[in-house]
Design a protein around this ligand. Structure first.
Ligand SMILES: Cc1cc2nc3c(=O)[nH]c(=O)nc-3n(C[C@H](O)[C@H](O)[C@H](O)COP(=O)(O)OP(=O)(O)OC[C@H]3O[C@@H](n4cnc5c(N)ncnc54)[C@H](O)[C@@H]3O)c2cc1C
Length: 340
């Protein structure tokens, strides 16, 4: 029997990981194509801090977030321990969270505890906080690594903009939608909104711990310093509904002054880059099956995997496994109706 044809739309961390996961789980039964209009290093995922820690998620989806997040934590931890750890910049990282609500969803992290009195002196206006150890990955290295794996497994790649899934449905058995914020236009899903994030990347090899001071009730209080394998990410902003991808001068000053107050030695760090990305936020992250009728009357099976907000890296492997299960189920059993 000829292999079934699967098309994954999107080549950010969600699309690439889902495509590789489908290849791994369904191996010889399918051929997988990735179609996207942007590839690494030009996706939103490339600019992400690569930090494992659920951010800007809906507590009402806590069950899924814990499940997907825990699977992804284990996956990044295993990568860190494997021979590939250096290539993808996977690391264990310890540090400090300076706001009470920052440490939701961290069952998996190691050594989570309240700060001691001595540790509170790290921050000039310390209220309280926690210390913990989590995992990180260098997304700029990880995405090309996933792509190499995908192509080595026989995956096909096409660079192309898709205005409607109907353009692809005649040619594939299953479409897997991993377009992030692109689904706002492509599907007309207006439950999606951008959450604009601006960050610096700096050279500061003396910084070995992360520092996070985010108050979810105060949009002006979001400061983080995340030392990754190649540089240190210094942020940030979370501006809901703002589609502007240009670096903004007043955000720049706000972030830099706030983070230098948090960690004064940053003042001497060499700035390597400044960047803005739009997080694809949705009321609920959408990982589900849809059985849709196209304009031509044909039925098409779609597996959606988008809307991960500020947690795409944190949840990606768990979501890839879930989406792969849905693809397998669709191929075997048929599909339920969409909720959109
Ligand atoms: C400043 C900042 C810092 C962040 N830090 C972290 C962090 O430390 N940890 C964490 O977990 N998350 C972080 N995030 C969030 C994370 O970056 C996102 O959740 C994640 O990148 C979403 O991945 P994605 O693959 O869905 O989207 P994207 O990376 O945007 O990929 C979408 C893909 O779909 C393609 N596409 C879209 N529409 C179409 C179309 N119509 N036709 C063809 N192709 C299309 C695009 O070309 C692209 O290939 C951060 C985000 C920002 C902005």
């Amino acid at each position: 029997m000829a292999p079934l044809k699967i098309c994954v739309i999107g080549a950010g961390v969600i699309g690439l990981s889902t495509a590789v996961c489908i290849q791994q789980e369904l191996s010889t039964h399918v051929t997988v194509t990735i179609v996207a209009d942007k590839f690494s290093p030009n996706t939103t995922s490339d600019g992400s801090g690569g930090f494992w820690g659920p951010h800007l998620v809906n507590p009402e989806q806590a069950g899924d977030i814990n499940k997907w997040g825990n699977l992804t934590f284990d996956y990044i931890f295993d990568l860190f321990r494997s021979e590939h750890g250096g290539e993808v910049g996977a690391q264990l990282i310890s540090g400090y969270c300076f706001s009470e609500s920052a440490v939701l969803f961290v069952d998996k992290c190691f050594g989570v505890r309240n700060l001691t009195k001595e540790e509170t002196f790290i921050h000039p206006e310390i209220r309280n906080g926690q210390t913990l150890t989590t995992v990180m990955i260098d997304v700029k290295a990880y995405l090309p690594w996933l792509m190499k794996k995908f192509q080595a497994n026989g995956g096909i790649v096409q660079k192309r903009h898709i205005s409607s899934l109907d353009e692809l449905s005649p040619y594939y058995d299953v479409l897997v939608n991993c377009t992030g914020l692109g689904s706002y236009q492509m599907l007309g899903d207006h439950d999606l909104r951008p959450v604009r994030g601006q960050v610096f990347r700096v050279h500061a090899p003396w910084i070995k711990h992360f520092y996070v001071d985010i108050d979810p009730t105060d949009p002006d209080n979001e400061y983080y310093v995340l030392p990754g394998a190649r540089d240190v990410v210094v942020g940030g902003t979370s501006q809901v509904g703002n589609w502007n991808t240009q670096v903004n001068i007043s955000d720049r000053d706000h972030i830099w002054n706030g983070c230098c107050k948090l960690l004064p030695s940053l003042k001497n760090a060499k700035i390597l880059d400044e960047w803005v990305g739009l997080r694809p936020q949705r009321t609920r992250i959408r990982v589900e099956l849809e059985n849709k009728q196209t304009n031509t009357g044909k039925r098409v099976i779609i597996v959606h995997n988008y809307g991960h907000g500020g947690s795409g890296v944190t949840l990606h492997w768990g979501c890839a496994l879930e989406a792969t299960k849905l693809v397998t189920h669709a191929l075997k059993m048929g599909v339920p109706k969409s909720s959109l």
